[in-house]
Design a protein around this ligand. Structure first.
Ligand code: WT7
Length: 654
């Protein structure tokens, strides 16, 4: 290990605190702890007046609301009676200023091509595609699925949907056909927008082929619009499929933004839960925009001249809130990069930062750990002096990675914002403000103004300092999910019934003596792989759908790079033999069914799985076996058949 990294390790045992650099605070939107505390106090004392003041000052309204909040637990309505359009807020309102000719999106494709769209140009493209949507029969309230690579057309399509009031459902381009089928059918999407393909690590990902396979089983879909991105041959079904570049020629380039109700559905985004199919998280218009907008401004401390880069794929919530809606609403210049961080070499990100003079950089701990592994000579050979702020999201960041990020990328001068939030929360809830909050490596610090977070026991007692418990939010917030699409009962159960009267985030946490939050990861059967949640159930269902598999149990185990790796315990159908070929076949099968992200790192064959007397698989025991190499220390008194555990352990020692 290099000297820089070794130094970092030796200080890990200290409780280090990094106050914001004075030069940073001087120019920051929120430049001191006093200011931040004043905002917190204002929000705590009269939350509705606080959010009303923010909504008035930060957003454009066609009609002002009658009431800030209507709260009938667990259902919230924000800015009741207001009329607003997100696309208008992200585009039209900037056109009346000098920002008309400011770069909104600077895009770089993986092969290296570049495109820049000013706010004026982006507005025109969005209006044209909105007209295409209308021409395709999409009406206010209709759902549209977007399965696309990270190209400007994805942002254009989202903003066009928002313009006409058609909720979008973005499906990550790494998912397989079955995932598209499930999501499109659950939301009853009328239209799918895709591309022939995209580029990832030098090869083409053929999206249209996958869509063709999916559309055989999606009766609600009436049409498909295809962006020509890679130029490779795809099949186009007459009467159903249309090329984007052709239909866009046939429409007008003006399309007024619909005046939508504050609570009009903006999008559905699917995320993993513990049981059954993915949950369609529903976000609505005004409250979501307000908090995405405000957190972008505060947490990333955006300045007019910044080049801002969030590396997330738009297929995840981070891309929705912090590549598209938050930054564009603020009139920022957003950098977008289509491809992999290690193509053609492991310094692609640093090369991009140097060439585009990126000022604010937001990425995931899993990426940072990969950079560390690839070696610091890659970033060190680039000029990263334009950077002034660094951020992370997706999972707890280990202090060693935090320190490396600070020293090697930030040259000890950039504040780091470790931002805690979820698909369900819509926007960042716990984070430092870089000009105000002293940071501690590994802590997301404290809740933002207007967010009342706490750590509680299952019975709803607030935990004392350094006492572990469940992370909860005690008051509704504007960008909270409104429900689970088509399953309000599950919404109540999952988020509002675990602990009475509060939002249950599903994360373990503790607060230290300064009130700083330390997130300890998921407490449910959800695995966090590379910053993305995967339900163990989904991987299990994929495994069981293979004819050789009788039963499967999937658990996470610590993984140096990905945060968690996936281990699958599998029992086979009577006649099937446990071979290495079958292991490989099963890993491929899962990747085909769900996507490469879900491919198990390890498959273990067992003759039985440990179960309770009531027949529940004891994943906790499997987790211990998977991560500790056989030893099981926890309580096993509810185990039905001890010999099962014995046999799994013996297998471990072999
Ligand atoms: C889960 C949410 C929110 C965008 C990306 C993931 C974990 C997220 C942090 C953080 C510790 C974090 C939590 C959370 N998580 N950010 N800064 N520190 N853990 O969105 O797929 O909805 O996952 O990611 O476990 O519950 P998501």
């Amino acid at each position: 290990m290099s000297s820089a990294t070794t130094n970092i390790e030796s200080v890990l045992h200290e409780e280090r605190v990094f106050p914001p650099p004075a030069e940073f605070s001087e120019r920051a939107h929120v430049g001191s702890m006093e200011e931040l505390e004043a905002l917190r106090r204002e929000a705590r004392e009269s939350p509705e007046a606080f959010w009303g003041r923010m909504a008035e000052g930060e957003l454009h309204w066609f009609r002002k609301w009658d009431a800030v909040l209507k709260w009938e637990p667990p259902h919230a309505e924000w800015f009741v009676g207001g009329r607003i359009n997100i696309s208008y807020n992200c585009l039209d309102r900037h056109l009346q200023t000098w920002r008309r000719n400011k770069a909104a999106i600077i895009w770089e494709g993986e092969p290296g091509e570049q495109r820049t769209l000013t706010y004026g140009q982006l507005h025109r493209e969005v209006a044209r595609f909105a007209n295409v949507l209308k021409r395709a029969g999409v009406e206010r309230g209709d759902r549209v699925a977007l399965y696309m690579p990270l190209i400007p057309e994805l942002a254009i399509a989202m903003l066009a949907c928002a313009r006409v009031g058609a909720p979008h459902s973005v499906i990550f381009g790494g998912f397989a056909a079955q995932a598209i089928i499930d999501r499109v059918n659950d939301a009853g999407c009328k239209l799918v927008v895709t591309a022939d393909g995209g580029f990832r690590r030098g090869s083409e990902v053929r999206l249209k082929d996958t869509v063709d396979e999916a559309l055989k089983q999606t009766p609600s879909v009436k049409g498909c619009i295809v962006v020509q991105r890679t130029g490779s041959r795809v099949s186009m079904e007459a009467g159903r499929d249309y090329w984007w570049h052709e239909v866009i020629q046939t429409v007008a380039d003006e399309c007024p933004a619909e005046e939508l109700d504050s609570e009009h559905p903006l999008y559905i985004l699917y995320t993993s839960g513990t049981t059954g199919k993915p949950k369609g998280i529903l976000h609505t218009t005004a409250g979501y925009l307000l908090q995405a907008h405000l957190t972008t401004k505060w947490v990333f401390d955006l300045r007019e001249e910044d080049v801002y880069w969030c590396t997330a794929d738009i297929g995840w919530v981070t891309g929705h809130s912090y590549v598209v809606y938050g930054p564009l609403s603020n009139g920022a210049t957003v950098l977008m990069y289509e491809g992999a961080p290690n193509y053609p070499e492991p310094d692609r990100f640093w090369d991009i930062i140097q060439r585009h003079r990126v000022n604010v950089f937001y990425t995931a701990p899993t990426a940072i750990r990969a950079f560390i592994k690839w070696g610091e000579h890659w970033p060190l050979r680039h000029d990263l002096s334009s950077l002034r702020l660094l951020g992370t999201v997706g999972e707890p960041i280990n202090p060693e990675a935090w320190m490396w990020y600070r020293e090697i990328i930030g040259k000890a001068k950039c504040p780091i914002v470790d931002t805690w939030w979820q698909t369900e929360t819509g926007a960042i809830l716990i984070s430092p403000l870089p000009g105000a909050t002293p940071t501690k490596p590994g802590s997301a610090t404290r809740p933002l103004p207007g967010v009342e977070a706490a750590v509680m026991s299952k019975t709803g007692q607030e935990a004392g300092p350094n006492e572990g418990g469940y992370l909860v939010i005690k008051r509704p917030w504007p960008s909270m999910l409104r429900t689970i699409w088509g399953d309000d009962e599950r919404y109540r159960k999952q988020y509002w019934s675990e602990i009475d009267g509060v939002y249950f985030a599903g994360d373990g946490a503790r607060q230290d003596e300064d009130g700083y939050f330390w997130i300890m990861g998921r407490v449910d059967d959800v695995i966090n792989v590379s910053g993305h949640r995967l339900g163990t159930m989904e991987v299990e269902s994929a495994l069981v759908s293979h004819e050789a598999v009788a039963e499967a149990a999937v658990v996470g185990r610590p993984d140096e790079l990905k945060g968690q790796g996936i281990v699958a315990f599998v029992t086979l159908e009577g006649e099937r033999r446990a071979t290495d070929e079958l292991k490989e076949e099963l890993r491929r099968h899962v990747a085909r069914e769900i996507g490469a992200l879900a491919r198990p790192d390890e498959i273990r064959f067992a003759d039985a799985l440990p179960k309770t007397r009531s027949g529940k698989i004891m994943r906790r025991l499997l987790r211990e076996i998977a991560s500790s190499g056989g030893a099981v220390r926890g309580d096993t008194t509810t185990l039905e058949d001890f010999s099962v555990l014995e046999r799994l352990r013996v297998q471990e020692e072999e």
